[in-house]
Design a protein around this ligand. Sequence first.
Ligand code: ZN
Length: 240
Amino acid sequence: MLEIVPVPAFTDNYIWLVHDAASGETAVVDPGDAAPVLAEAERRRWSIGQVWNTHWHPDHTGGNLAIKQSTGARISGPASGNIAGQDVALSEGDTINIGNHAGRVIEVPGHTLDHIALVFDEDQVAFVGDTLFAMGCGRLFEGTPEQMFNSLGRLSALPDDTRLYCAHEYTLANARFAAHTEPDNSEITARLSEVEDLRAAGAITLPTTVVQERETNVFVRATKVEEFARLRAEKDSFRS
Ligand SMILES: [Zn+2]
């Protein structure tokens, strides 16, 4: 079984430490900052052997070089030519491994053009970076609405119980927008209330699951690209 631990960074990023007890191997997903990751790994006596990046943004890659320098970790990420210290360029269909666990690479452009997600089918775990957030999705910095609509479609087509590890704590703002968009959706209303309680207690709201997103994520629930594009534009200017 994979042990997956959040390391908070900056104001709302989560860097995920992934540990396989059977092999003793550890990987880190999207280390925007090295210091908190190295400290948490040290505290747990885990030695980081790999860095996995989902996209090039500095709040996901800024710690790459310092982690590599300190641990010798091998850095895998999308083949955008923009990943600091990259050793392995990943594209659709490639596989990454930790112990006996295999993750497949799927390309999910939209937030950036190079964005990938890492799907561990047997573990029912996916690292989705800034593509899908709990009750939300990433902004379209580089890609088109159609690309993002298709990318969300691929992630939400994973099995119901798949746990989705997103890279930011945006759930409360997303839940407020969702409740504004679908005021009569009782699943959304109930989740908003849960998320308010979790955040009031300073607790993390992740991971989420595919089935939860199908029920409460208005971007995933959009059935046409035009509807998705309208929601994304509304959310960009929404003040809760
Ligand atoms: Zn990003």
